[in-house]
Design a protein around this ligand. Structure first.
Ligand code: AKG
Ligand code: FE2
Length: 265
């Protein structure tokens, strides 16, 4: 492979583990996103906070009642996605890693998702799944961003690539089992992805992953967004509907627009 040594190492790590965790590639973009959430949450609560941002976000469950959590989360997602700079800032967090792992002509999901998981709350859990089981293309990767430090059950888990083969062999037998049974079958193989604010993760969403009840005393805030190389096959999520090209290069623009002489408009 004609890749730099660094790019090769990153690719090998991603293939072997199914994920990479690295410092964000753009600290200003990260702070812009977190400050945005603090401002949106203050607006939703109708008061300013004098707490440091990480304390404010980690303890938001002390200010938002559980029955209002979903509305609160939707308000946060709408608010942050309404800012024109969001997607470019989100891309900048992982640009160098995406370049190395996916390519430099990318399609990005139109809407960036947000998870908020209160301690001991079971209302917003994602049972074990792979995104490809519900129509995502295996050419997609997820860029996952913690807005607070995530550890223990406040983190998400993933079945590492090197543990996948037995799961694959057992999958047919597991069909008809509950998500809980599927989880139990891999419980001692999954990796809990400890990751701090200031880091970003890229993971292979075709590996089984999910989360459990957050038994830590702090709220988890994390974002996720899918990226793929623009000319790779699409699943149910199509270009123009769900994905949009963000870094098309001149040669591709020319190719897409090309008409043989005399046949074009
Ligand atoms: O954030 C999580 O716990 C799971 C995220 C997830 O399933 C995804 O981004 O595809
Ligand atoms: Fe997922």
């Amino acid at each position: 492979m004609f890749m730099t040594v660094e790019d090769q190492a990153l690719n090998t790590e991603f293939l072997e583990q199914g994920y990479v965790i690295r410092p964000v590639a753009d600290q200003a973009a990260l702070d812009w996103i977190r400050d945005g959430f603090v401002a949106l949450a203050e607006e939703a609560l109708g008061r300013k906070s004098d707490l440091p941002p990480e304390v404010f976000l980690n303890h938001i469950h002390e200010q938002v009642p559980v029955p209002q959590l979903n509305d609160f989360r939707l308000r946060m997602i709408r608010g942050i996605n309404a800012a024109d700079a969001l997607r470019e800032n989100y891309y900048k967090l992982a640009r160098t890693y995406l370049d190395a792992l996916v390519g430099n002509e990318l399609a990005m999901q139109l809407r960036v998702n947000l998870s908020i998981q209160f301690p001991d709350d079971d209302s917003s859990l994602l049972p074990v799944h792979a995104d490809t089981w519900s129509g995502d293309s295996p050419y997609e990767v997820v860029v996952w961003l913690p807005l607070v430090n995530c550890y223990g059950s406040k983190a998400m888990y993933l079945l590492p690539a090197n543990e996948y083969a037995p799961f694959d062999r057992d999958f047919v037998r597991l069909q008809g089992s509950s998500s809980e049974e599927v989880y139990k079958s891999i419980e001692n193989k999954v990796k809990w992805l400890e990751i701090d604010y200031g880091q970003v993760m890229v993971f292979n969403q075709s590996l089984p992953h999910g989360n459990r009840i957050n038994a830590e005393p702090e709220t988890r805030w994390s974002m996720n967004c899918r990226f793929k190389s623009v000319f790779t096959p699409y699943g149910d999520k199509k270009l123009g509907e769900f994905f949009e090209p963000i870094t098309l290069r001149a040669a591709s623009r020319l190719g897409m627009d090309y008409r043989y002489p005399g046949t074009g408009k």
